[in-house]
Design a protein around this ligand. Structure first.
Ligand code: AMP
Length: 183
């Protein structure tokens, strides 16, 4: 659980009812400070730079508004087979990508959106298979993501929302240039 919460509600931050129900059902009653400070700006479509320790609730801070922004961008459209992703979350390591997916996937699935993980060190077959069927939110590491783009198997031209999680750590691991090229 997040170490601290506020006396606000997620509804007061502007999240829609569908997502509120999901957040409550997974046990998040009220927003943590980083969530209260960032979610309204993210819902308004602004760029946000956040700093918070592990345990601050930063994944929900970017994850919940990201799901809402993807939903809004698809409003009125059918979710087609082989649709291109609308959101990208970059992380420095496979472990962090998995952790982000564990938090974001239940929120995304509750409103019918699909996530997939794209990271190196494993065969790419399953990842490419998921992309072929169509996913809404890609979560992954810069190396494999750029690799699939260069192979023509990942098309980010419909992406509306991009998140760099642990941007400082990505720079330390030498991902600055791949991240810049991907963006
Ligand atoms: P994070 O900082 O994103 O790694 O989140 C730390 C932990 O806090 C995770 O286990 C989340 O599931 C949990 N968490 C995130 N937001 C809340 C919240 N508003 N209320 C309670 N727990 C939360």
């Amino acid at each position: 659980m997040s170490e601290e919460t506020t006396s606000l509600t997620f509804a007061e931050l502007g999240l829609p009812d569908t997502l509120l129900q999901t957040l409550t059902s997974v046990g998040y009653e009220s927003p943590s400070p980083i969530q209260a400070l960032t979610i309204p700006h993210l819902l308004a479509g602004r760029d946000v730079l956040g700093r918070g320790r592990t345990g601050s609730g930063k994944t929900i801070a970017f994850g919940a508004p990201l799901v809402e922004n993807v939903l809004r961008s698809q409003a009125g459209q059918r979710r087609e087979f082989a649709r291109k992703p609308r959101a990208l979350i970059l992380a420095p390591t496979r472990e962090l990508a998995l952790q982000i997916d564990r938090t974001v996937q239940p929120i995304a699935r509750s409103v019918g959106l699909f996530t997939t993980q794209i990271y190196g060190g494993v065969p790419q077959g399953r990842q490419v298979g998921a992309l072929r069927k169509g996913v809404d939110i890609v979560i992954g590491t810069p190396g494999r993501i750029e690799d699939l783009i260069n192979q023509g198997k990942l098309d980010l031209s419909d992406v509306r929302v991009a998140v760099l999680d642990e941007a400082d750590h990505m720079c330390e691991l030498g991902f600055l240039e791949p991240v810049q090229r991907i963006l």
